[in-house]
Design a protein around this ligand. Structure first.
Ligand code: TTP
Ligand code: MN
Ligand code: MN
Ligand code: MN
Length: 368
């Protein structure tokens, strides 16, 4: 029998792109707490502390055993004092007082509600909070607020959008998107990316990447009707553009953050036939679903696929690894070698990992 390599904490890489992280999380108790801490720092625009907790969460998601003693985390990377304190309290008390404080914090609670609306980020939440607004009810009732088109759609379809997207819904939408895109672009390649490509069973949206061998820089694909709400962002990519080194830089693809109307067969729960006719008229037979559509030139497709598959933390670490370990710059369009001053072409994700000198990590192992 082959021997099982024993776990050596000090050998765990600080980069999640050098670890295999499946959805099987033995330390959810800890990582949930870290993610709440990180979110609170995000709301306070404290990126350093936010990333500290996200990196720690990602390390614990990788562990193949549940942490039960402080000894278990000894030697692991990315576990600073702030993180250690939270772990210690959870081990001893079963929960973290810091996390509880955050969950009860008025500002956190308001920001959590505000940012749950499509189109509302930290900046808008900050503005509303400063105006004295605390709940979504207050936001909806306020007549003086100037809401963007996106935010109006976010509020209009709020209930549907906060209820998560199932794998079955993702598959149904995938068929619709593929069929529709292929009417305009017969040789199109349409791929589900994001959480569903990593094997998640639920998501907050469905992410699609669209390309085709002959695709011109700007497909006019997105300008043809299909969507309930669509905010089209035109491509701003300039040929031979050096990748951006920002941690969470936006890419330059033509894309749209859309809301799709998914018709669903009605589930009839009533056994009473007399009330049925009435009910059928009332019941909504569709669900609003958040869809991200990204159009990419064919030669950038592997880079776009890698970037849009995520996880967000996996992507951050890939870029950080490229910069600090390889003197290269990676983004969703390209990989640039700063020493050689050349762009490294890739025909697949495997080739990008190889350019970076990394072992290939399968999409379902990128749940960092
Ligand atoms: P998300 O859809 O935000 O996240 P997710 O699919 O992992 O999880 P969820 O179920 O909550 O939807 O983003 C998917 C990936 O796309 C993520 O790793 C980051 C990347 N991304 C970009 O590269 N550029 C962008 O502009 C955006 C919005 C996301
Ligand atoms: Mn997604
Ligand atoms: Mn998300
Ligand atoms: Mn998305």
């Amino acid at each position: 029998e082959s021997e099982v390599p024993s776990f050596i904490a000090s050998k765990v890489s600080q980069y999640s792109c050098q670890r295999k992280t499946t959805l099987n999380n033995y330390n959810k108790k800890f990582t949930d707490a870290f993610e709440i801490m990180a979110e609170n720092y995000e709301f306070k625009e404290n990126e350093v502390f936010c990333l500290e907790f996200l990196r720690a969460a990602s390390v614990l998601k990788f562990l193949q055993f549940p942490v039960t003693r402080m000894k278990d985390i000894q030697g692991l990377p990315c576990i600073g004092d702030r993180v250690r304190d939270v772990i210690e309290e959870i081990i001893e008390e079963g929960e973290s007082s810091r996390t509880k404080e955050v969950l009860n914090d008025e500002r956190y609670k308001s920001f959590k509600q505000f940012t749950s609306v499509f189109g509302v980020g930290v900046k808008t939440s900050e503005k509303w909070y400063r105006m004295g607004l605390r709940t979504l009810e207050e936001v909806k009732a306020n007549r003086t607020l100037k809401l963007s088109k996106m935010q109006k759609a976010g509020l209009l379809y709020y209930e549907d959008l906060v209820s998560c997207v199932s794998k079955a819904e993702a598959d149904a939408v995938s068929l619709i998107v593929k069929n529709t895109v292929c009417m305009f672009l017969p040789d199109a390649l349409v791929t589900i990316t994001g959480g569903f490509r990593r094997g998640k069973k639920i998501g907050h949206d469905i992410d699609f990447l669209v390309t085709s061998p002959g695709l011109k820089e700007d497909g006019e694909l997105l300008h043809k009707g299909l969507l309930l709400y669509c905010d089209i962002i035109e491509s701003t990519f300039v040929k031979e553009q050096i990748p951006s080194r920002k941690v969470d830089a936006m890419d330059h693809f033509q894309k749209c953050f859309a809301i799709l109307k998914l018709y669903q067969p009605r589930v009839d729960n009533s056994s009473n036939n007399t009330s049925r006719k009435f009910d059928m008229a009332e019941v909504k037979d569709w669900k609003a679903i958040r869809v991200d559509l990204v159009i990419t030139p064919f030669e950038q497709y592997p880079y776009a696929l890698l970037g849009w598959t995520g996880s967000r933390q996996f992507g951050r670490d890939l870029r950080r690894y490229a910069t600090h370990e390889r003197k290269m710059i990676l983004d969703n369009h390209a990989l640039y070698d700063r020493r050689e001053k050349i762009f490294l072409k890739a025909g697949s994700e495997e080739e990008i990992f190889a350019h970076l000198g990394l072992d290939y990590v399968e999409p379902w192992e990128r749940n960092a």
